[in-house]
Design a protein around this ligand. Structure first.
Ligand SMILES: *Cc1c(COP(=O)(O)O)cnc(C)c1O
Length: 377
């Protein structure tokens, strides 16, 4: 066990903050305020501060956050929502679930993020919103995207589940945190995310007061005043234990992201010259918080490399093996917004290496040696 390298190391991370986590959890138990209450309010305020003052609403998970965002906007069945074809299913699932039409567009093969020209080309008179996904921890190219959205009166719902703490740098030098640039930003606190709790959790943020009020109402059975229901909403809440854990971990988020960044730099320095792979590209106008460290393995060798690593007890993961337009569930309900060939190509090439806050250089050296050995065969 001592020698095995985990894909993520939540236990090692917990041990370093155990005293604070245990105290915070004991306080919630002693208070018996398990739903709502001080722990949730405190974390909500702290997250809002972290995100530069945007109003935050917590909810049950990241998928709910995306669903609540679309519920809070003025959308109608048949309205089109543009989303990348290469992403986690949740980004597009909520569109279909609400009777809206997902319009899948291609991604940039270097950043893995949505192609801005593909978004522009996919807009029709029915397009109402776009969901940029800050995939693997790097911001989408938001400045041109926001410009297009403004021109076409589109809502922008950022899927920030993988990139909390990352920044985008506008051409005038202004730096904005991912999740705070669109109409609404959504995030997930799934345990392995950059800011993860010990169960499920999620949040939305918006700088629009009225919209935030509507989001809160949607997450709370459509009520503003208890037992008075204005709209059909749902029940989606972050529980107090998770909020207490998140409040402790939020204090460490920048340090956690820095640890991921230095591990990524170490991988990249060692692997950039290896023929047959492409290391991740970091755009000059973004910071990358490396939720995943994802290689492109060229020449059809991805699965062989994965098997080779597994033989040496090194885990790796394929995020994501199928683009959305090849998912059974999406066959008849999505529209293709143009050519999706990069999404398809990436699904066959991507391989994510172990990436977490506790990764040691010894572990990384073993992983790096194995990758190099594979290409020396
Ligand atoms: C994790 C994730 C979600 C969903 O979050 P959950 O909390 O698991 O519901 C949505 N989008 C992306 C890109 C994700 O990585």
């Amino acid at each position: 066990m001592a020698n095995s390298i985990p894909m993520v190391d939540l236990h090692g991370q917990y041990l370093k903050i155990k005293a604070d986590i245990d105290t915070a959890l004991q306080q919630v138990i002693d208070s018996c305020a398990f739903i709502g209450g001080p722990a949730v309010n405190t974390f909500t305020c702290h997250l809002s501060d972290y995100l530069g003052g945007s109003r935050v609403t917590t909810c049950a998970n990241g998928t709910d956050a995306l669903q609540l965002a679309l519920m809070a906007l003025d959308l109608h069945p048949g309205d089109e929502v543009i989303v990348p074809a290469f992403t986690y299913v949740a980004s597009a699932e909520v569109i279909a679930l609400l009777g809206l039409t997902p319009v899948l567009v291609d991604v940039d093969p270097n950043t893995f993020n949505v192609s801005i020209s593909a978004v522009a080309a996919a807009i029709t008179p029915r397009t109402r919103a776009v969901i940029p996904v800050h995939l693997f921890g790097q911001s989408c190219d938001m400045e041109p995207l926001l410009k297009i959205a403004t021109e076409h009166h589109l809502y922008v719902v950022e899927d920030n589940a993988q990139a909390i703490g990352a920044e985008y740098i506008f051409s005038d030098g202004y730096r904005a945190k991912t999740g705070t640039m669109g109409t609404i930003g959504c995030t997930s606190f799934f345990p392995s995310k950059n800011l993860g709790c010990y169960g499920d959790g999620g949040a939305l943020c918006s700088s629009d007061e009225a919209l935030s009020e509507r989001i809160r109402m949607m997450a709370n059975h459509g009520q503003r005043v208890k037992y008075h229901h204005d709209v059909i909403g749902c029940n989606s809440r972050l529980d107090a234990m998770q909020a207490a854990i998140l409040d402790v971990k939020l204090r460490h988020l920048d340090e956690y992201n820095a640890a991921r960044q230095s591990a990524a730099q170490y991988y990249t320095a060692a692997l950039r010259e290896v023929d047959g792979i492409r290391v991740p590209t970091v755009s000059s106008n973004t910071t990358h918080v490396f939720h995943q460290y994802t290689l492109r393995v060229l020449g059809g060798k991805r699965d062989a490399l994965k098997a080779f690593l597994a033989e040496r007890d090194i885990p790796s993961m394929i995020y994501y093996p199928l683009p959305l337009h090849h998912q059974e569930a999406f066959h008849n309900i999505c529209r293709h917004g143009g050519d999706l060939s990069f999404s398809e190509q990436l699904a066959g090439e991507v391989l994510s290496l172990p990436m977490h806050t506790e990764l040691t250089t010894d572990q990384q050296d073993r992983i790096i040696d194995a990758v190099r050995d594979f290409f020396k065969q």
